[in-house]
Design a protein around this ligand. Sequence first.
Ligand SMILES: C[S@@+](CC[C@H](N)C(=O)[O-])C[C@H]1O[C@@H](n2cnc3c(N)ncnc32)[C@H](O)[C@@H]1O
Length: 248
Amino acid sequence: MMEKQIVSYLPKLADFWRLEVEQLEEYYRELQGSSQFYEDLNQKVADVPQFSGTTFSRPMQLRVYRCMLYLFTRSHKPELFMETGVQHGFSSAVILLAMGKNQSGKLISVDIPPDDPRMTGQGTLGLPPGKGPGWIIPDRVRQRHELHLAPAEERVPRLLFKLAKLGGLDAFLHDSDHCYPHMMFEMALAWKYLPPRGMLLVDNIEQNTAFDEFSRNVDGDCITISSFDGPDRTWRHGLVRKPPANQG
Ligand SMILES: C[S@@+](CC[C@H](N)C(=O)[O-])C[C@H]1O[C@@H](n2cnc3c(N)ncnc32)[C@H](O)[C@@H]1O
C-alpha cells in the first residue's frame, strides 16, 4: 500500500514534471520494494545508539522530501546532480539508490564536517561518535558519489565552474545552511549554472522568505510540497525548473 502523504503529492509532481502519474507510482513501488536498501540502512544503524529502536522498512520513514528526491532522480535521470548538506547521508543515499537503478549519473555532495567550529558554534546536532558525513550511505550505492568536505560557499562556486566545462549539471539540491543570505547565494549560483529545464530543489523553505522571493523573481515554473511529522513539525520543500532554451 502506498503511503498517504507522498501519494497525495504524486499528481502534483507528475503534472509539474509532465509525466504520467502511473510512472511515478511505479517508481514509488520500486522504492517500497527496495528491501536490500532498507537492510543496508539497518546494518549501518545497528550499533548506533542515536538510532536505537529504528528499523527501516518503508519509504515514508525517509520522509516525503527524500521520496520526492528518489522519484525525481528516477524520472529525470540527471547525469550530474549536486547537493549541499549531507549530515548522516539520507538524501545522498536515496539519490544514489535511484542512480544505481538508472545505471547512470553522478552525485556530488558538499558538506561541512560536524566538528567544524562553525557548526559546533551554531549548535548543529553532531553525528554519532566516530561517524563522518554520509556515514549511513550503503556501500552498495556509493560508487556514483563524490563527497567534498568544505563550506559550500567556498567549494560550490569552484565545482560549478569546473563542471560547466565538462558539460554542466542537471540538478542542484540545497540542504545546507538555511539562513536567508546563504540560501539566496546557493540558489542564485545554481540557477546561473543550471541548463534549460534544469531543476533546482530546495529543502526547508519554511525557514525564511528566500525561496518564495527567489522563485517569484526568476523565470521558471515552481511548486512546493510539505512534510508533516505532527502539528509542530512541518517542513516545506521547493522545486523550480528553468525554462526551455527557446523561452525567456
Ligand atoms: C539538514 S542537514 C542535511 C541533511 C541531508 N540533506 C538529508 O536530507 O539527509 C544540513 C547539513 O549541512 C551542513 N552545512 C551547514 N552549513 C553548511 C555550509 N555552509 N556548507 C556546507 N555544509 C553546510 C551541516 O553541517 C549539516 O551536515
